[in-house]
Design a protein around this ligand. Sequence first.
Ligand code: WQD
Length: 340
Amino acid sequence: MDKILVTGGLGFIGSHTVVELQEAGYEVVIIDDLSNSSENVLDGINAITGKMPAFEKIDLKEKADVEAFFKKHSDVKGVIHFAASKAVGESVNEPLMYYENNIGTLVYLLKELKKLSEASFIFSSSCTVYGQADELPITENAPVKEAESPYGNTKQIGEEIIRDTCKVVPTLKAIALRYFNPVGSHESAEIGELPIGVPQNLVPFITQTAAGIREQLSVFGDDYPTPDGTCIRDYIHVVDLAKAHLVALERLLQNKNAANYETFNLGTGKGSSVLEVVQSFERVSNEKLNYKIVDRREGDVISAYADTAKAKEQLGWETKLDLDDAMRSAWKWEQKVRGV
Ligand code: WQD
């Protein structure tokens, strides 16, 4: 079976995607710099699939190391590229770190793929490229808006770099997957989200509050023009998201792509408010969550959820798991990690 490189494969979405690739029979090689993950994740993947993926600790900023990797693995047929920094707030304070780590490394990677006889490339992008979309649900044709953060800008620039490269490198095919809000964990609780420090995202903050690690969840504003006043997002189960990466990769490996560069939104198509997420957690965990309403968070969009038609029609993919499934699995994972 084809050899697939997964960069950032020890991360949250990366590790769940490695599981799906292995279960589909692919040979997986992981590159990760361990800046936001741990080698223990390999054991979690192995516990699920019975196969220990090959792993090489490489910092993609080290151009010579990237070149050496591809000399050794010239038989790589596809790359799924997760490795990037992804904290919105941090990117505002450290823009150069984000442009170096998210853009510089992408250029080094693409330069190596150019040398291969053929290459299929899946890029981890984000609905953040749309900003506050004018129309909901959001289709792939929605205009890309000025990024709210350097992180979001690196996703926009990354897509443009890939698009422009695919235009002049006929052996390179690529798909950018624009994720909405990835949440939840594998049902086995062998892998999951491991935020370092205080979680920036809603769901890990909820589960850490319920586990007693955080005192109280702050709900950032309930005065938005939405049914219950809190922001609306499209929370997609990470296992559904991982499966979409397999489908997108096979679209390219099997030459079913309609163009050399394509984009797909990956979401459930359903918007859920912050309070609805809290209620879902309380329902599935039987825990009362300690939260308070505070001021709005700078940069939050009011509402974002996906139009899922293109992924359904062209990838034949749609989500199978819902918000309760995601919250149930996120809580099971938190309880296991904390031994509660
Ligand atoms: C969701 C909602 C918050 C925390 C970001 C990135 C996006 C992607 C996912 C990487 C918002 C509210 C949150 C809290 C809260 N990341 N909230 N209290 O901002 O939609 O998306 O993460 O790819 O690119 O932009 O996700 O989970 O931070 O927030 O009330 O403690 O929960 O205001 O309405 P977001 P989030």
